[in-house]
Design a protein around this ligand. Structure first.
Ligand code: HEM
Length: 537
């Protein structure tokens, strides 16, 4: 064997050692050269009409400043130094970070159509073909028709209202599961119950199926339950995978092959396609539709309608794409709403006087002999303010969903080039001291007084509260998401008192980004105590 000798009984691979020494020398020379470049040429390279920002390092740009789970806070701190419109370089990709409502309003007002594209990330192309509603680069024909179709068939105010009975049934079902825990006097990891309930509310609407059956699940259902949870958790991770070649394209071979991102993403795609293939049962639906009148008792659901809709340039969508679009809806709806609820509950437990006031309001409106219904929500201004305050302090997607400009934009005295990443830092926007007094304090009252007109459901209006994003790419599921969180929160308040086991306390401020989603760092473990006289389901 070439270059292999024995020394004191140990094998020495001289050829390998030679490679290592050579590679180390190259790295040292490269790093030295880069530091020199950084010092000598750094500021000189900067275009004058770009927004201000920290000096980028060669090759990696400002990526090192953004590493870690507190990315939203790192960007907020950088913005405090460089201003509300800040220019960064992520590898070789230029990026503008927006950190105040005023700047967001000016940019969207000046150029919404040029800010409404998504970048072509490796994860988007493998998991979603860069074609689903959330990942389509520019709002083209398919995007428009998918958005129109899902709004009219699923997400419009009227459609969402038409599923009220389904949500009531599903919520009551999951409240029974909660009662079993509370009767045993046990503490509960609230995250799981919230995730499972949000999942059932969503899947019942989309595919007329529940995923979680509590103690009644058979072994097949248990398997689906576990897989559903894991697949959605992994989807959040993989969708925002830190693939270095998305930012430094010439490192494609290294990140896709050597780090294995391509094969990891493909493996995840195959896993989620297999699970959702089983859940959606498109072939079975097709056979049922072919039988026509014979199965008159069957009521078509959203997926049946989607399979027949000519949304792809006059043609129906292919099966694989339908599954991918549905996976996007499930992830977008379930992860965001359950995490927002977890943080709302954490804030309420940490602020017992606010919890008490919310309970009093709910008692006054719903009485003590029925569950809270959706028709009660307009009469629950304090609870609505609690939810707005949670969205303000803990937006589920603190940095929104990736955006990219499609044309040069001139605004606020700067020139932002085409193909620049745009980050709306909702976390920083929501904690701007120039807008919100004591922004780090949980104070729902602000949305009943000074900020009572702020409407977080408006795409082109209330930029000071943007949990659902802004402009034409704003979340299309905002009605549904808003109803789900308010309905669940109202009933959790109404039917239970909540406390931390063993007299402990909750620190809701302790939240970090996992993928793009904001999550409490520690699981929220609470003891539910059923409130006397109030129905539990
Ligand atoms: C509390 C619940 C929810 C929150 C906080 C939330 C938040 C968001 C945010 C911040 C965006 C990015 C918008 C932008 O780029 O400006 C988004 C996009 C999206 N959301 Fe939601 N969402 C929620 C519920 C839902 C639901 C229930 C669905 C559907 C079932 C949904 C489907 C989508 C889709 C498809 C997109 C991509 C839209 C596009 O690119 O055109 N979301 N959501």
């Amino acid at each position: 064997m070439v270059g292999l000798q024995r020394q004191n009984g140990a094998a020495v691979d001289w050829q390998r050692l030679g490679y290592v020494a050579g590679a180390s020398a190259v790295v040292v020379i490269l790093v030295t050269e880069l530091i020199v470049l950084y010092i000598v040429r750094g500021k000189a390279q900067r275009q004058k009409d770009l927004p201000p920002g920290p000096q980028p390092w060669p090759m990696v740009g400002n990526l090192p400043a953004l590493a870690g789970a507190m990315l939203h806070q790192n960007l907020q701190q950088l913005a405090a130094k460089f201003g509300p419109v800040m220019y960064l370089r992520l590898g070789s990709v230029p990026c503008v970070v927006v950190s105040t409502a005023e700047v967001a309003r000016a940019l969207v007002g000046a150029s919404d159509e040029h800010l409404s594209s998504r970048p072509k990330l490796l994860s988007f192309s493998i998991l979603s073909e860069n074609r689903t509603m959330g990942t389509a680069p520019s709002p083209g024909k398919l995007w428009h028709s998918l958005r129109k179709f899902s709004s009219s068939e699923l997400l419009s105010v009227n459609r969402v209202a038409s599923y009220e009975g389904t949500r009531r049934e599903e919520l009551s079902n999951m409240m029974q599961v909660l009662l079993e825990t509370s009767t045993r006097g046990e503490a509960i990891n609230l995250k799981f119950w919230l995730f499972q309930t949000a999942a059932n509310l969503t899947t019942r609407m989309l595919v007329n199926k529940r995923i979680y059956y509590g103690n009644k699940a058979n072994s097949y259902q248990e398997e689906v339950e576990k897989e559903f949870e894991q697949v959605l958790k992994d989807r959040v991770h993989y969708q925002s995978a830190p693939v270095i070649s998305d930012y430094v394209p010439w490192l494609r071979f290294f990140s896709e092959k050597m780090q294995g991102w391509r094969s990891k993403l493909e493996a995840h795609r195959d896993r989620e396609m297999s699970l959702f293939g089983k859940i959606l049962e498109l072939d079975k639906r097709r056979k049922r539709a072919a039988k026509g009148e014979a199965d008159a008792s069957y009521i078509p659901d959203f997926v049946d309608v989607m399979m027949e809709a000519p949304v792809d340039n006059g043609k129906v969508l292919d099966d694989k794409f339908i599954i991918k679009q549905l996976i996007e809806f499930f992830t977008a709806g379930v992860e965001t709403s359950s995490r927002a609820l977890e943080l709302a509950m954490a804030e309420l437990v940490a602020n017992p006087e606010i919890m008490k006031r919310a309970q009093e309001e709910v008692d006054t409106i719903a009485g003590k002999d029925r569950l809270v219904q959706e028709s009660d929500i307009p009469n629950l201004p304090f609870l609505t303010a609690v939810m707005k305050e949670t969205f303000r302090m803990h937006p589920s997607l603190p940095l929104g969903f990736p955006r990219e400009s499609t044309a040069p934009i001139e605004a606020l005295g700067y020139k932002i080039p085409a193909r620049t990443g745009i980050i709306f830092n909702a976390y920083a926007i929501h904690r701007d001291p120039a807008v919100y007094e004591n922004p780090d304090e949980f104070n729902p009252n602000r949305f009943l007084q000074q900020h009572r007109n702020v409407n977080h459901l408006a795409a082109f209006d209330s930029y000071e509260l943007i949990p659902f994003g802004v402009g034409r790419r704003m979340c299309p599921g905002f009605n549904l998401g808003n109803i789900i969180v308010l309905l669940m929160l109202a009933n959790l308040m109404h039917s239970y008192d909540w406390c931390v086991p063993d007299g402990g306390s909750v620190d809701p401020i302790d939240a970090e980004m996992r993928g793009l989603v904001l999550c409490p760092r520690n699981p929220l473990i609470l003891v539910p105590k059923h409130r006397e006289g109030v129905p539990a389901f």
